[in-house]
Ligand binder design. Structure first.
Ligand code: NAD
Length: 367
């Protein structure tokens, strides 16, 4: 996302942490809120990995909302994934309102067992609390040499307007595709396409609002359906008590993909679709349809590996256009951010850090 580089007093105040220190702080919150030590650590490490990957929207800034959801009893610490349907390649799972960071990983491991047996798995996961960065799951699959596709819906206050609609009707419904590139000694870093179907992620509006920044034209409409550059319209209730909305990416095509994510991630998984007014609760549930394929089982492992390498090489030969660093592949910006932030630390803006400290006091911890 390009954010207007204007500075404000708010944006000047920030805190820099090493990944390990930040993980330690955040794990304390979840431990105090009732998670086992292992769960607290897993959730904290997943959130910090989102920060490391450059997606602060899905990083530790989500922790206060998770704590609110636990206190509301809508997010249930230590829940395990339950198997609803298990028929070979098909798995129907229920996240039982557990942390997406744990039940999502459990669900992927169950899917991987089926891929090892049958060559592919179609897995649906309903009623998981926020799954965080969906690319995390695709990265687990590509690390095994497998292709993975994910369609996700978001059950929380509707923040995205339909194409040509004037208010929020659904969530930022992410879509993710992971593809391994090459094989064995010739493997290259994988393609991991992972994005919200809104022009920008809702969490990025929270970050921009906390930093006192404006966002580009065409990103948002206000509570009256009029274009605006103020991210606050989707973060805090406006004068009439209503919120503005994010626009879908890619005009009618992105809108279509968002609807597909709602129907596949929500309706097909059994988790449900969003078709009601918000009730003010803080929980965010995700439904996810995942498809994992072993190219070996399709009989194309060798040609697939060669073709992925050949095509990526072909793309990289495209000359860079003026003012750009040239062609990048999905997954590269995240890997570059990880390197940089591991070295330089993770910057958390002051407003987000104050929210985290406030959440900590809610569960009796002083950070
Ligand atoms: P984004 O707009 O930053 O796009 C990210 C994708 O684009 C990545 O695959 C990245 O590698 C690729 N990319 C970025 N710059 C590129 C370039 N120059 N060339 C080629 N590829 C490039 O991401 P977003 O839409 O803000 O989403 C951020 C995260 O939010 C994602 O991880 C998503 O899964 C997550 N999300 C989660 C939920 C949820 O409810 N769990 C909802 C929405 C979004």
């Amino acid at each position: 996302m390009t954010i207007d580089p204007q500075h404000s007093v708010k944006s000047l105040m920030s805190h820099t942490f090493s990944a390990t220190d930040l993980e330690h702080h955040i794990a304390q919150l979840f431990l105090a809120a009732g998670s086992s030590a292992a769960e607290a650590q897993q959730v904290a490490s997943n959130l910090v990995m989102a920060n490391l990957s450059g997606h602060d929207s899905h990083g530790v800034g989500m922790a206060p909302r998770y704590i609110d959801a636990i206190l509301e009893k809508n997010l249930i610490p230590n829940s395990q994934v339950a198997i609803r349907v298990d028929s070979g390649m098909l798995l129907g799972l229920d996240g039982q309102q557990g942390f997406g960071q744990t039940v999502g990983v459990q669900a992927m491991h169950l899917a991987f067992e089926r891929v090892a047996q049958h060559g592919a798995c179609i897995m649906s996961l309903a009623h998981a609390h926020h799954l965080g960065r969906i690319g995390h799951f695709a990265e687990m699959a590509v690390a095994r040499g497998w292709v993975s596709l994910h369609f996700v819906n978001v059950m929380a206050r509707a923040t995205v307007a339909p194409w040509h609609g004037g208010d929020g009707r659904f969530g930022t419904n992410p879509c993710c595709i992971g593809i391994p590139i090459g094989l064995g000694d010739h493997a290259q870093a994988p393609f991991v396409l992972d994005f919200a179907t809104s022009r920008v992620a809702q969490g990025k509006m929270r970050v921009a609002h906390n930093e006192g920044k404006q966002v580009p034209d065409g990103t948002l409409i206000d509570e009256h359906g009029k274009p605006t550059q103020d991210p606050g319209v989707v973060v805090v209730p406006q004068s009439n008590g209503a919120f503005g909305a994010l626009m879908p990416f890619g005009e009618h095509k992105g809108f279509g993909l968002a609807v597909a994510c709602e129907l596949l991630g929500g309706a097909l998984s059994g988790g449900g679709t969003w078709h009601r007014q918000a009730d003010g609760t803080r929980a965010v549930y995700n439904g996810m349809l995942s498809i994992v394929i072993d190219p070996k089982a399709l009989g194309t492992q060798m040609s697939f590996a060669q073709e992925t390498l050949a095509f990526i090489d072909w793309l990289r030969q495209s000359p860079a256009t003026e003012g750009t660093a040239g062609v990048q592949l999905a997954g590269e910006p995240e890997r570059a951010a990880r390197q940089a932030r591991q070295k330089n630390g993770i910057v958390v803006d002051d407003a987000t850090w104050q929210e985290i400290k406030q959440a900590a006091t809610q569960v009796g911890v002083t950070l």
